[in-house]
Design a protein around this ligand. Structure first.
Ligand code: SF4
Length: 487
């Protein structure tokens, strides 16, 4: 069967789409290769959120097009958010591209690679409405002990800087039991941690008429045997209810972790972003979260340089960050995307000022992060072993409960062997493996990362064999199946 090569750009939601498209091709006999020069079919799943992401997507498409001349590639397929934005232009301006698939057309991937997909200009007119479910074939590309579950797609919020509603359609939730079944089959397949994603996970179930949909779902997932942690990302601030916080606090399997992108803290900037609220209300929210969930790790993200952001607004944001003391924080430079409604706003901030503000805010956070991680020095904590580090050889990586995959700091392990004595007092050594849940002792702390050693391997039951336990069509191939994941 022909070999396919996948490049998945952008966010974890796009990665799940890549995994679904890989599942559909695998079900039809396709194999995957991590080497672009070997692939007969190349698929680039693109991102188009902001200008730099659009540029990266186009550069990657052009790079992969070369393999139609110098490699085995006969077909080049472009999928994802860039298609929703530039469907016609991609086909007209990049002749090497054989077919395009929008974010709502994942199931067209087979027809596309087999040359049976006719270009449909009309598809651009309708908003995507597709949602995968637990019987949709899916190839997992994440390390074998961790997986994302997309619980909803699309967004109905009017944030003026964001074009995701145009790229991903109206907010729509997956069915409750479908998500639960997927989590159960992932756990049966050896997954230790599931991370729930969507554009706004806190609105989960509203369109299904479910009240408190996310807390209800989390309560159910907290009972799934085999999972160590259930985590969720992308909370919308004014959707964080006391019911949600109480649920997280009540269940050990629910990670004591919250990701609440706030975007800014100045009332006037938040108003121009059509997000509302203000810094004082956000500080109250953070106090409520920390009071209800002791030891919770808090992540957020901000945009600097939004049109109309004054020096005073930026100072207010800096003061807010100093007071809030987040564990993890992302700062994004405002990107003036021409089909976002903020494009029409006046008082644009110049590039240099935006860059300067991004650096200054990250400097503030670097000190806070270093100070907060210092408290782990000499402490013991539970960690999930990831495996050999890609950053530096000879050390392994792991994550604490307060560290989400791919976006937060890491725990580097410089000793993964544990001495143990059996009943006959014979000394032996046990080595931790990827996916093991262990107790670590933290020996060093840095600005964003920790260093430690394994002191105990917790005997958490593991499914014997992979495929035998898998009920749904979740399959796993070696992590190298996706050519490149650029988040
Ligand atoms: S909530 Fe997030 S995805 Fe939705 S419009 Fe706002 S920024 Fe975009």
């Amino acid at each position: 069967m022909p070999k396919a090569g996948f490049i998945s750009l952008g966010c974890p939601k796009n990665l799940v789409d890549s995994e679904v498209m890989m599942g559909i091709l695998a079900r039809n006999g396709y194999e995957f290769t991590p080497r672009a020069e070997e692939a007969e079919v190349l698929i680039v799943n693109t991102c188009s959120f902001i200008a730099p992401a659009q540029k990266e997507s186009i550069d990657t498409i052009l790079e992969m097009a070369e393999y139609k001349t110098f490699g085995a590639a006969k077909k080049l397929i472009v999928a994802g958010c860039l298609v929703e934005r530039y469907r016609q232009q991609i086909i007209e301006q990049i002749p090497e591209v054989d077919a395009v698939i929008g974010t709502g057309e994942l199931e067209n991937i087979l027809a596309a690679v087999e040359g049976q997909l006719r270009f449909d200009a009309g598809a651009a007119a309708s908003l995507p409405s597709y949602l995968y479910h637990d019987l949709t074939p899916r190839i997992l590309s994440t390390p074998q002990h961790a997986a994302y579950i997309k619980i909803a797609e699309g967004c109905d919020h009017p944030c003026t800087f964001c074009i995701i509603p145009q790229l991903r359609g109206k907010f729509r939730s997956r069915h409750f039991e479908s998500v639960v079944r997927e989590a159960e089959s992932l756990a049966a397949a050896g997954v230790r941690e599931v991370t729930l994603i969507g554009q706004d996970t806190t609105s989960y179930g509203e369109d299904l008429g479910l009240r408190d949909g996310l807390p209800l779902l989390l309560e159910r997932l907290a009972d799934v045997e085999g999972l160590q942690w259930v985590r969720f990302l992308y909370c919308y601030p004014n959707r964080v209810t006391q019911r949600l916080l109480d649920t997280i606090a009540a269940h050990p399997r629910l990670a004591k972790y919250m990701d609440v992108p706030l975007q800014h803290a100045s009332r006037s900037v938040l108003a121009r972003m059509k997000r509302g609220s203000n810094g004082d209300a956000f500080l109250q929210l953070l106090r409520r979260i920390r009071k209800t969930i002791p030891g919770v790790a808090l992540r957020t993200s901000f945009i600097v340089g939004f049109p109309g952001e004054t020096d005073a607004d930026f100072r207010e944001l800096c003061d807010f960050v100093k007071a809030a003391e987040f564990d993890w924080m992302g700062v994004f430079p405002y990107s003036d995307v021409d089909n976002a409604s903020s494009f029409a706003l006046d008082e644009k901030v110049d590039e240099e000022t935006i860059k300067d503000r991004q650096n200054r805010l990250m400097e503030i956070q670097q000190k806070i992060s270093g100070r907060k991680l210092w408290r782990f020095r000499g402490a013991r904590a539970t960690a999930l072993v990831e495996g050999p580090s890609r950053d530096t050889p000879l050390v392994w990586e792991a994550r604490l409960e307060g560290m989400a995959p791919d976006i937060d700091g890491k725990l580097y392990l410089n000793d993964i062997e544990v001495a143990q004595t059996d009943r006959q007092e014979c000394l032996s050594y046990k080595t931790a493996r990827p996916g093991d849940v262990v107790t670590v002792e933290i020996t060093e702390t840095h600005e964003y990362d920790l260093v430690g050693r394994v002191v105990e391997i917790l005997d958490v039951p593991r499914p014997t064999a992979l495929h035998s336990a898998v009920t749904g069509p979740v399959q796993r191939v070696s992590t190298g199946a996706v050519l490149r994941v650029l988040a």
